[in-house]
Design a protein. Structure first.
Length: 366
């Protein structure tokens, strides 16, 4: 990955907001700019270079992952604040940008108290905006994370048993991710049998497969280093198909299909959301679609941009988004279908391949 080019784009963004340096304190942003996979480290970016502020636990890891990066390694017992103050004094900073969306008020106040001559300028989303558009290496890592997730799901689906609980399915999925090569789960899996599928972010419990005719599984794996992520949802039929289920499922699938087909560069995010929302509303389920249509996926499972009613972001090639319409009825259950979609130069590419037609989601369990 060309981390130097990423930092170059960041410097241009810094110049536009009028800061001569930026203290990057969000660990995911540090990873994006350097490739360092650890935490408890800040990146100080200047017009003429950058320095990673870290401690002795990570020196060997940094030598492997970021051999050309300038390091400032604080000694045991030296607080990070002391290291920040020392390096800022040495750099003759006049206008320091800080990550206003994630830095605590307490830390900002402490830096300001120690360095009253420096103007501290809260910034918003400088690195996150760069992260919205994935380069070819990020796209490949995302595809690998998807591959791990889909292989694990195939194993779990083939082995579904009536007596399995939601939690047992969740635990088995996370084991299979690692068997196939992922570092782990992208997020805590969401498993909902029957009525519990009405909880969009439900926690797996002890409800068993045999207690209903369908089950919602929302899952995802990371790449081998645990950095880039995948995110999928399928609602599987494990018994007879109730008429209401069939109607809702076909509506959700149509909403997802039409939304995906509209994805291309130049389209505004809220317009994609409106397409799916319109299909569901026309079927009479509008009030049952209770969340946004989708979100960016990358180093964090929920990134910008988002397919949401008021999101004005214009789609660009390289963005990877989930498309996940859902319809939920408390006491009955819910249906959600989710795939990861890449915005290409001419349109879109669905990166996920797990079948989603209703007849393909019917499972025979023993």
């Amino acid at each position: 990955m060309d981390f130097e080019a990423r930092r170059g784009r960041l410097r241009k963004a810094m110049a536009k907001v009028g800061v001569d340096s930026l203290l990057v304190t969000d660990f995911n942003n540090v990873t994006y700019l350097t490739g360092f996979g650890g935490d408890d480290s800040y990146l100080f970016v200047r017009a003429d270079g950058e320095t990673l502020l870290t401690d002795g636990r990570y020196v060997t890891q940094l030598e492997e992952e970021c051999p050309d990066l300038d390091l400032d390694v604080r000694k045991p017992g030296v607080p990070m604040l002391h290291a920040v103050v020392r390096i800022l004094n040495a750099a003759n900073v006049s206008r320091l940008g800080v990550e206003g969306d994630t830095m605590t008020v307490g830390l900002e106040d402490k830096i300001a108290d120690k360095l009253p001559s420096i103007a501290i300028v809260p910034t918003s989303g400088l690195v996150e905006k760069l992260r919205q558009v994935k380069d070819k290496d990020e796209i490949e890592l995302t595809k690998k994370a998807i591959w791990y997730a889909e292989r694990a799901f195939e194993v779990i689906r083939a082995g579904l048993r009536p007596d399995q609980s939601e939690k047992e399915i969740c635990d088995a999925l996370e084991y299979q991710y690692r068997v196939f090569g992922a570092k782990g789960a992208s997020f805590p899996s969401i498993i909902g049998v029957g009525a519990r599928a009405a909880l969009p972010h439900g926690t797996p419990g002890q409800t068993r497969v045999e207690e209903s005719d369908f089950i919602l599984i929302d899952w995802g794996a990371t790449d081998a280093k645990g950095q880039y992520r995948s995110d999928l949802t399928r609602t599987l039929v494990t018994g007879k198909i109730p008429p209401k289920f069939a109607k809702v499922y076909k509506t959700v699938l149509e909403a997802q299909t039409k939304a995906i087909e509209a994805i291309k560069p130049g389209v505004v995010c809220h317009d994609i959301d409106a397409i799916a929302r319109g299909v569901i509303a026309d079927a009479g389920f509008g009030k049952r679609f209770t969340h946004g249509l989708g979100h960016g996926v990358g180093l964090v499972i929920h990134e910008n941009p988002r397919f949401a009613a008021k999101n004005q972001t214009v789609l660009k090639p390289g963005m990877i988004m989930t498309v996940e319409p859902g319809v939920y009825f408390p006491g009955w259950g819910g249906i959600r279908i989710e795939d990861d979609v890449l915005v290409t130069r001419n349109g879109y590419e669905v990166l996920t391949h797990t079948p989603r037609q209703l007849e393909e989601c019917i499972c025979e369990i023993q």
